[in-house]
Ligand binder design. Sequence first.
Ligand code: PHB
Length: 371
Amino acid sequence: MKNNPTTETTLFSPIALGPYTLPNRIVMAPMTRNRAGAGNVPQPVNAEYYAQRASAGLIITEATQVSPQGVGYPATPGMHSAEQVAGWRLVTEAVHERGGRIFAQLWHVGRISHPSLQPDGALPVAPSAIRPDGEAITYEGPQPFVTPRALQTDEIPGIIAQYRTAAQNAMDAGFDGVEIHAANGYLLDQFLRDGSNRRTDGYGGPVENRARLLLEATEAVTAVWGGDRVGIRLSPINSFNSMSDSQPQATFGYVTRQLNRFGLTYLHVMEGTIGEAAQPAQQVDMRKLREAFKGTYIANGGYDRSRAMAALRAGDADLIAFGVLFLANPDLPQRLTVDAPLNAPDAATFYGGDTKGYTDYPALEAEARPA
Ligand code: PHB
């Protein structure tokens, strides 16, 4: 146990997060839903979806592109045009009207894209010209990944500028903060882990170099927001998107310690893997990362009510992020409070489509709520 609380910490204990007081420890995890409109612009239906879930202690949006080059999937929202900022404003206003708090997740997919999704049909960019296994999801259906173009060293400031601009746009859109997406095999993670980074410049080789882009992007984002309204997401053992690292405990331990210099409000760790791991999952002691980080720790990865309660009780996490459970249960905090049955998620409507499987999951009947 990290400290010795006199009152037991539960999912329903309030907690301070930066300047905010969260009424509970239940976070809506970022989830790609592919329901943005033309121009990657958030729509009123997206505002309704997030507003339905405003009873979360904190909402983290679906991954949101920092630039046209950062796009990797159809109908995912962006944070780089005036229309997108106006679309996000609908979302933040709707969530705030319902009393919620919402951070925007800032994303550049790097090599997990396809020329058909890139400006001028360009090759996706990456730390190194290493093609991931599998297929990109495009507007024309799945297509094999291409070998990306390795970024030139002199292009790196432009990548950092994309994060800075998107961070400012998120502020203009009325968000309460931002989460830097450095997980799940996207650009910042591609630089960090040595399976995807074979560079020989100052951004490749030893971990001090591989972590440089992530830390410089963090510096740019915190210059806009201050550290206390910025979180970061890591996924130390997730092999999704052909990711691997030869020394994950050392790599992620280093990054976590370095991040302390920015005074970030939280570290959000995707503790598991997405889909079937290609190789046996690598081992990383997440508790060591939690101990190393001087801020709030959000745990994510297949938690249910009882595992979440146990993790909080043991002091292994401060907050728990729920993905699929929140997707299927707009009133998840209420349901967890009374330990009510949960709606079953419909995987066929996770990605793309209309309101079906998006804004039509029912809340508990009013009469089932405690008086
Ligand atoms: C996905 O669209 O499959 C996706 C997006 C962002 C993630 C993970 C998965 O972090």
